[in-house]
Design a protein around this ligand. Sequence first.
Ligand code: N2P
Length: 340
Amino acid sequence: MKKWMLLLPIVMVLSSCGSKLPELHIYNWDDYIEKSILKEFEKEYNCRIIYDTFASNEDLLAKFQAGAKGYDVIFPSDYMVNTLASQDMLYPIQHDKIPNLKYLDEQFSNPPYDPGLMYSIPYTYGFSGIGYDTDAFDNELNSWKIFWDAAYNDRMILLDDMREVFGIAFKILGYSINDTDPKHLAEAAELLKEQKKYLRKYDSAMSKNLLLSGEVALIHHWSGDVYQLIEEDGRIAFSIPEEGSVLFTDCMAIPKTAQNLELAEKFIDFILRPEISARIINTIWYPMPNTKALELIDPEIRSDENIFPPAEVIKRSEFLQDLGEYTSVMEKVWTELKIN
Ligand code: N2P
């Protein structure tokens, strides 16, 4: 037998790898999907999903600025869609490839961060607020100022998220969460420095577990994430403080570096199927702007005013906006706050 013939089995294995299933690479927030729908998509489109998660918009941006390639569908929030699009990182969405867009609630079809939905399709919306252990408090919480209460020293966690954390300080000071006056930023930093004395840590990934186990008494977190906890344990509560809060729309977008554009469009369209959206809402407890899905979700979720907040709560909240070059000014102050 010739020597090269011994290599035949290896060559055959390698060539069968060449015909492997097409892949779809997804980059989403933690705890933000109903897992079985991924399996269903794989089956229906005969592909393999590679699923990866991030904990803040800034982490997502940093990954792309560092040259990450190969993600096909990403989930930036409103202002980050704007940032990524203005840095030419997003592929324009071909609306004719997403027929289920017909189910999108019209109120979400022309958002200021992405007029006409050129680069993004809304996925969910929600609020930032306070998740807390009702056993640790005599009254309901209704102000961000509770994070400055020494009685909860080392039992509080704020999100590891620059815009969200400055957002709290700006709201207490009576400024917009999109304020760009350096004097106001210095005031906010001073306030947060005071708060840091009592803070366990800035963290977005682990704080829910620590609240559930009773290790900490209150956390700054996002609405649906805290509702997932409430579902597990009724002693947890969520509050959107009276000073106002961050209202966000998280979106689906396709990076310019995507490897599988066609599958990415199919995935976005799949998510917009009413029965798929309804299953996601029932699991992650964030509303999705899908008119038809709302008819299919659990009535208990549909009638919950915290999940679908009344107009006055929406009115006192604000969307974060892309701050352009001022972002780097804030980043410097944020880094100082975190290391000192
Ligand atoms: C997902 C939290 C995303 C909300 N678990 C913040 N945009």
